[in-house]
Write a protein that binds this ligand. Structure first.
Ligand code: PLP
Length: 472
């Protein structure tokens, strides 16, 4: 009998949750069932997902940002198929592969001044690990500064630089020498840097958790402070890169010139795991400092030809289809429309972000009736309100969104960069409907919240789930 993946998918379709309950992560599958996210997706194309019943979903999570270019982009799919048909010699290892050289050359051209060298890895966290190691090796200093609510992945080095204690609990001792400072606080940063033992300061230009944006010239000043105190300025563009904020790199909004940049997620169009840590040649030379240290940092799947090929195709698509420009244009339209709704919806507090990397924050209402619902939900669990917003967005309107972090009243919007004005209008109509419902107390959104609160209280479990906490 021949192997046929199409037949396997067809014959086992619908068993997804049973298999996950048995073999993978029953807690996650339980949570998905509680919040009504237990769908059976059978197709992904562009900005949309389709389930086995034929419903079309507008995907505003976008695989946590790996599908900036849309799902299953034909140019990227074709490039991968063509490479497979070549019987290309992948991962020879004792070799200098052409495709990684070409992708490195293309990426360096898109980097700020000074960055001319690339280390390829397989995930965002692995790119971050490389940055932390190269920073320490080149500065010959130990300390790493990171920001509160910063997120850089969940391996031990990246986790040591995680600004949310929730992720760290239960995993024992983390790495020594990691110090947290508040985001947007230059005094705290300078205080730590001035101790002169800092190898690097790692920061996301816009934070993924809560979508905190830099105030004024925070990032430029942070860069200057790093220079002054001889520490690397490391910009994590794993999620903000590849056009997400309206520019290839978010750091271009502030004309930053960091020492190290990390890219991942959409770098391969979302199809093959990949990341790139980019820095100056001297940082690389100080790490691969002798012939016997020439592979002192490496990874078996690094420079995988399929990922490199997808990366070259992804850069081509990003440029020719002007995805970053579309993110800028439609992001501005969406922000403008959402801001215009503030006077109409008292629970709508703030809209922030750049391009199509947006956070919508809700805040306590003034009217007495709504206050009752708001206080009840927040007493049960600080993150339930935003959870109660994303549920009807999916259930009633078939729009997939996520909460922006643990215990936050913020939802995150990060659709594919190929969305159209029609998609934005579809979201706005759905948003209006859910907002109108939650401005009625009692009403359907509060009922969802109460149901979740009952679960939370019964199980003494936090249901303010950020999907990322389960997967990344
Ligand atoms: C800014 C940032 N850095 C690093 C990571 C970690 O990437 P990965 O999940 O691929 O390890 C993420 C993941 O969401 C991220 O958003």
């Amino acid at each position: 009998m021949s192997f046929n993946i199409k037949e396997i998918i067809q014959s086992r379709s619908g068993q997804n949750y049973d298999l996950h309950d048995t073999y993978i992560n029953p807690s996650f599958s339980k949570v998905l069932k509680i919040i009504g996210f237990d769908r059976f997706y059978s197709k992904g194309k562009g900005a949309y997902l389709y389930d086995t019943q034929g419903h079309e979903y507008l995907d505003f999570i976008c695989g946590y940002g790996v599908f900036n270019l849309g799902r299953n982009h034909p140019v990227i799919n074709k490039a991968i198929k063509e490479l497979l048909d070549l019987d290309y010699p992948n991962l020879v290892k004792m070799d200098a592969p052409l495709l990684s050289g070409l992708l490195a050359e293309a990426l360096v051209k898109k980097m700020p001044r000074g960055i001319d060298s690339v280390f390829f890895a397989n995930s965002g966290a692995e790119g971050v690990e490389a940055a932390l190691k190269f920073a320490r090796a080149s500065k010959k200093k130990n300390k790493i500064i990171y920001t509160a609510h910063g997120y850089h992945g969940l391996t031990y080095g990246a986790l040591s630089a995680n600004g949310d204690s929730h992720f760290k609990e239960g995993f024992g001792e983390l790495l020594d020498g990691f110090v947290q400072v508040p985001y947007n606080d230059l005094n705290a940063l300078e205080y730590e840097l001035s101790k002169k033992d800092v190898a690097g300061f790692i920061v996301e230009p816009i934070q993924g958790k809560g979508l905190a944006v830099p105030e004024g010239d925070y990032l430029l000043q942070a860069q200057n402070l790093c220079r002054k105190h001889d520490a690397h300025f490391i910009v994590d563009e794993v999620q903000t890169g590849m056009g997400r904020t309206g520019k290839f790199l978010a750091l271009e909004h502030w004309n930053l010139e960091p020492d190290i940049v990390i890219l991942s997620k959409s770098l391969s169009g979302g199809l093959i795991p990949v990341s790139a840590m980019l820095g100056r040649r001297d940082i690389f030379n100080q790490t691969f400092s002798r012939l016997d240290r020439c592979v002192v940092h490496s990874s078996t799947f690094s420079q995988n030809a399929l990922a490199m090929c997808a990366g070259l195709a992804a850069l081509h698509v990003l440029e020719t289809e002007k995805m970053a420009e579309n993110a800028e244009k439609l992001g501005s339209y969406l922000v403008g429309e959402l801001n215009a709704r503030k006077s109409r919806f008292e629970l709508l507090k703030e809209v922030r972000g750049r391009g199509l990397y947006l956070g919508v924050e809700f805040g306590p209402p003034k009217s007495l009736k709504l206050k009752i619902g708001w206080n009840l939900l927040h007493k049960a669990d600080q993150g339930l309100f935003s959870q109660a917003i994303i549920m009807p967005l999916l259930d009633k309107h078939k729009i997939l969104t996520q909460v922006a972090g643990h215990n936050m009243d913020t939802i995150k919007l990060s659709p594919a960069l190929c969305i159209t004005e029609k998609d934005v209008n579809r979201f706005l109509l759905a948003f209006d409907d859910v907002m109108e419902a939650c401005h009625r107390f009692p009403g359907p959104v509060w009922e969802i919240g109460t149901r979740l609160a009952r679960h939370a209280l019964k199980k003494n479990a936090h249901l303010s789930i950020e999907q990322q906490e389960f997967q990344n």
